[in-house]
Structures are given as structure tokens and as C-alpha cells.
Design a protein around this ligand. Structure first.
Ligand code: COA
Length: 555
């Protein structure tokens, strides 16, 4: 056993190449040829394999670090002392230099010296394929008419062992492409034409760019040949280059995408494991990434689920209503749009159960009527709402299993020790839910006063954001409008909501006879992930009892 420092091998002359993945950790036992980390240049993704079997003693780099040939990347306790006797010889960096760049095939050598500003139509030529006779065109990255910078990807080629982005040799306009996806191409084949504006020195850098690309690819393919040889030395020598310009086959991340797609994904912060590949054999193309981002942006703009689509639910087809009669399109207010998004989100996320009951509010109503004049003197309008708020707050105190939220980590429940009640409020702009704080600690008058202030603010568009946050439970009262019952949607992250319908005098059996009582229809919807039916049964019974016996409310 001995210690050896693994270094970055020959990477075709590329300098300061970023580490995008580290696939091992300290203490890991690794095999010879096992991928240690992944480097990425503008044009290629390169996996650095382990030169020999051993145990990782320490990592000398981290994701995001830039490395060049010879940079130390980790320390390895070699399993094979014979092989590790001379660490320098066995390190990954002992690769042979990349073969000399092939002369550029992109620009015909015989062409006359360009004049500055002169437009030139140049052939786009398949470069040195490192010995592969034919490779398949798997992606066209540009279309005729596209303006390109030098080095923008033009096409992606793939052999059975490697793939590579072929960049534009110069800035210009793509005039034509002579190939299609699926075509087989050979080195030297003209695959398109680019209209360029020549600068005095334009040819040299273009050739250099292509030569560099070709060199990297040449190193890659040489390495591919070497990698198939069964000795440790050959593998370690081939090291990086094995995968230079190679498509990431389904790997530990189960992702099949080329360097340019990976780069785009990293620029956009896209997790490629979430993207559906529509390319050949499920390869993720740049268009797949763009489509994925477009979908996310659309969902974010409209909420998790839009009116027409979301959460994988089939979209409601668009309908031309004008074919059925006269129509006009009215813009939705911002509040209506937000409400639509929130409702969809809550409806889709929360497994709802709704339970119904009736509270006998005959005594409460009589009490309310008796207090109305006095309340008005104090500038308070005594509708059933403040009593409902007080009763709900007391019930939440008595049945704390209702005063919870699900923690976003999926591992905890949040038990709240405060009681803030949301009031669903119909406003000219749409539905708003101001929150009355610490309702359990306040008397009926104070609740009535604060509730009407909040309702007025909501109707005048004066609510501040913090006056709409922090609710534990919402009351949605349609009592003034009528109806015998409805099923309200839970206002997540709250876990329950009460829908109040219009009180009506109904005959009630008192054990001896039917008597007329003022019955208030109530519905409680709850999130079945947080609350069980029995919890709701207890909470609801408590709430109804509080409303039915006004004396309990003041206790
Ligand atoms: N049964 C019978 N009458 C009722 C009642 C009920 N459940 N609730 C209220 N009333 C009566 C009130 O007593 C009042 O009559 P009064 O003046 O004779 O006393 C009248 O209806 C009007 O009450 P209102 O001014 O609407 O006050 P409120 O305190 O009952 O309601 C809001 C205030 C904000 C809750 C209510 O106006 C509102 O906007 N509700 C809409 C909620 C909503 O849109 N929810 C979404 C549904 S999913």
C-alpha cells in the first residue's frame, strides 16, 4: 500500500477547465478506470478515470475549481503497491500529448487573401474524426438564416463511442445546411455554408479555433483507442481523453446529454434528470431544455397549475366561444389571477374532506339582536361574523390538532400556539383574505371592530401584505347571500376552512315536540394529510356547541 497523488492528465491543451462533478468521496474504495470527476470545457465534457484501484484518502479539489493538466485532484491509497511504486508514472496525468492538430478543413487553403469587410461564403467541413470513418449527425444546433458567433455549436456528431459539438469556425450567417439529423458524414465532407465578413486577420483565428477543436477531438479518439487496452497504464494514460467530447451516456445521474446541452442546463440552472429527452435514444437536446424551462416559466407565471393545464393533468382544450354567439374578452384583475392560481394549487395539492353540520344559533341571534343597539353606539356592526370568529378561535384552542400546518420538509407538523383567523372577503377586485390576529384573546366588540376595518381595507384595496398573512383557519361566509351549503377550498398552508351559509328557521325535535330554531349551516373542509375525520368530528362538535350556547363563548 502506498499513497499516490492523482493529477489531471493530458486534456488536449485545455487550461483552467472547470470541475462540474465529483463522483467519489473520501473513504471510497475505487476501481481502476472508475470515474473520479467530470471536467467541462466550452466544447467537451471529460470524465477523469482513476489510474488504479485504491481508497480515496483526500480530495484536493471541489466542484467549480478550475484545473489544468498536472493539477493534483486527490490522494489515493493504492491497492497495488507494485503499480504505485512510482506514483508519478501511474498518475492519471501521464498521458501522451495530444496529436498535432489536423490542418483546418473549414477554409479552403487555396482561397485568396480576404479583404477587410468583404463577404465570403465558406464551406463548413466535417473536421478530423480521429479515425472514425463515418459518424451520425444527431443534432442540428442552427438553422439557415441564423446569425452565429465563432464557436457557436452548429451540429452534433456521434459515433458509437463518442460525440462532439462542431462549432462555427467564424462569426457569420448560416446560409445552408446540406445534412439532416440521422445522416452519416465523413471527415472532409462539406455539410453547410457560412456567409462571413472577412477581417484582415480573420482566417488565422478561425483556423486556430478549429484546430484547437480538432486537437481536443483527436486526443479524445486516440484515448478511446487506448482505453480499450487492458493495462492499467493504458487506461490511466488514456484517462481524460477517453471521454473528451463524449456524450454522457446514461450515467450515475441517468442523464444522456451532450456538452452543449449540459452547458445550457447549467447556465439556466436546470436539473437534467428532470428533463425528458426527445433525441435519439432519449438524448436530451437543447430544445428539450428550452421547452422544460418554458413550461416552468409558464407555470410560475400562472401558479402551479393554470386554468388550462398543470401538474400533468390533461389541458382543457381552447374553445372559440364566438362560434356560439356574441362575446367580449375582459381582462382578469391581478387578484383574480392570483386567486385562480392559488385555488388550483390548493385544490390540486390538498386532499380535501368536507364535513357538514348545523349550529342552533337561536340564542346567539337573540343575544346579538339585544346587543345590536349598544354595539352601534360604540360604532360596531354586530353581524354573526364576529361570533363565528370568536367561536372558531376558541375551538382551535380547545382542539389544537386543527391549529397546525404541514412542514415543507415532509417530516414535521407545525403546531401553532397563536390563533389568527382569515376572513374570506368578496371585494370589487376579487376574493381577499385579511387575517385577524389573536382572535382567541379578543372580545366580541374588538373582533367586530377589527374585522370591519380589515374588510373595509380589503374592499378599498388598502390591505398590507402582512395583514393577509399568518392565518391559522379561514372563515368564508356566504350567509348574507344565501345558499344551504358549499364546500370551501382549504387556504393552504392552513389545513382547514369553514364555509358558512344562510341561517334558516327550521323545525327541531326537542324530545317532546318540534320547535322552530334558527339553524346555521356550516361546512368544514380540511386537509386530510394533516387532520383525520375524528379530529374534525371533535373540532366541529366543539365549534357547534360554542355557537349554540353563547355563554360558552365568553368563557
Ligand atoms: N345567515 C343569515 N344572515 C346572515 C348570515 C348568515 N349566515 N351572515 C350574515 N348575515 C346577515 C347579517 O346579519 C347582515 O344582516 P343585518 O344587517 O340584518 O344584521 C347581512 O347578512 C349582511 O352581512 P354582511 O354585511 O355581509 O356582513 P358579514 O359580517 O356577515 O360578512 C363578509 C362579511 C366579509 C364575510 C361578507 O361580506 C363577504 O364578503 N362574504 C363573501 C365571502 C366569500 O366570497 N367567500 C368565498 C366563497 S368560496
Amino acid at each position: 500500500m502506498s499513497k499516490l497523488t492523482v493529477t489531471v492528465p493530458d486534456i488536449g491543451g485545455a487550461e483552467n477547465v472547470e470541475i462540474i462533478e465529483i463522483n467519489v468521496a473520501v473513504g471510497d474504495s475505487v476501481n481502476a478506470d472508475q470515474d473520479l470527476l467530470v471536467l467541462e470545457t466550452d466544447k467537451a465534457t471529460m470524465e477523469i478515470p482513476c489510474p488504479q484501484a485504491g481508497k480515496i484518502l483526500s480530495l484536493l479539489v471541489k466542484v467549480g475549481d478550475k484545473v489544468s493538466e498536472g493539477s493534483a485532484i486527490l490522494e489515493l491509497e493504492s491497492a497495488d503497491s507494485a503499480l504505485s511504486a512510482d506514483a508519478d508514472q501511474n498518475r492519471a496525468g501521464a498521458a501522451p500529448a495530444a496529436k498535432e492538430p489536423a490542418p483546418s478543413a473549414d477554409i479552403k487553403a487555396a482561397e485568396p487573401e480576404p479583404v477587410a469587410g468583404e463577404e465570403r461564403l465558406i464551406d463548413l467541413v466535417v473536421p478530423d474524426l480521429g479515425g472514425a470513418s463515418e459518424v451520425t449527425v444527431i443534432e442540428l444546433c442552427a438553422q439557415p438564416g441564423d446569425s452565429l458567433n465563432a464557436d457557436d455549436s452548429l451540429i452534433v456528431l456521434e459515433s458509437d463511442k463518442a460525440s462532439m459539438d462542431i462549432p462555427s469556425p467564424q462569426a457569420g450567417t448560416l446560409k445552408e445546411l446540406l445534412i439532416n439529423v440521422g445522416d452519416k458524414v465523413k471527415e472532409g465532407q462539406v455539410y453547410g455554408r457560412l456567409l462571413t465578413q472577412a477581417r484582415v486577420d480573420s482566417a488565422a483565428p478561425a483556423q486556430q479555433a478549429l484546430a484547437q477543436q480538432t486537437a481536443v477531438q483527436a486526443a479524445s479518439d486516440k484515448a478511446l483507442e487506448q482505453a480499450s487496452e487492458p493495462t492499467v497504464t493504458a487506461v490511466s494514460a488514456a484517462a481524460v481523453s477517453e471521454t473528451t467530447n463524449r456524450m454522457e451516456k446514461p450515467d450515475i445521474h441517468n442523464v444522456y446529454a451532450g456538452p452543449s446541452s449540459r452547458r445550457l442546463a447549467r447556465q439556466l440552472g436546470v436539473d437534467l434528470t428532470r428533463v425528458n429527452g426527445t433525441g435519439d435514444r432519449g438524448r436530451i437536446t437543447k430544445d428539450d431544455i428550452r421547452d422544460y424551462v418554458k413550461t416552468l416559466v409558464k407555470q410560475a407565471e400562472n401558479g402551479v397549475a393554470t386554468v388550462t393545464s398543470g401538474s400533468g393533468i390533461p389541458a382543457v382544450p381552447a374553445v372559440d366561444f364566438a362560434q356560439f354567439g356574441e362575446i367580449e374578452l375582459q381582462p382578469m384583475s391581478k387578484i383574480k389571477k392570483v386567486t385562480a392560481a392559488n385555488m388550483s394549487r390548493n385544490w390540486l395539492n390538498v386532499p380535501h374532506v368536507t364535513q357538514f353540520d348545523e349550529a342552533d344559533i337561536t340564542d346567539l341571534d337573540a343575544f346579538r339582536a339585544s346587543m345590536k343597539a349598544e354595539a352601534e353606539k360604540q360604532g360596531v356592526k354586530l353581524t354573526p361574523l364576529p361570533f363565528l370568529i370568536k367561536a372558531a378561535a376558541s375551538a382551535l384552542r380547545l382542539e389544537p390538532s386543527f391549529n397546525v400546518s404541514l412542514h415543507h420538509d415532509g417530516e414535521h407538523m407545525v403546531q401553532k400556539h397563536y390563533v389568527h383567523i382569515g376572513i374570506a372577503c368578496d371585494t370589487p377586485n376579487g376574493l381577499m383574505v385579511p387575517v385577524l390576529r389573536d382572535a382567541d384573546k379578543k372580545g366580541i366588540y374588538q373582533i367586530a371592530r377589527e374585522a370591519s376595518e380589515l374588510i373595509e381595507k380589503a374592499r378599498n384595496g388598502k390591505l398590507k401584505p402582512n395583514e393577509m398573512q399568518g392565518g391559522c383557519f379561514t372563515i368564508s361566509s356566504l350567509g348574507a347571500m344565501g345558499g344551504t351549503g358549499f364546500t370551501p377550498i382549504v387556504n393552504a398552508p392552513e389545513v382547514a376552512i369553514m364555509g358558512v351559509s344562510k341561517a334558516q328557521i327550521k323545525p327541531q325535535w326537542n324530545g317532546k315536540e318540534f320547535v322552530p330554531r334558527n339553524m346555521l349551516p356550516l361546512a368544514v373542509s380540511y386537509d386530510h394529510r394533516a387532520i383525520n375525520g375524528a379530529d374534525c368530528g371533535r373540532f366541529f362538535t366543539t365549534l357547534v356547541a360554542l355557537l349554540s350556547d353563547v355563554r360558552r363563548l365568553v368563557l
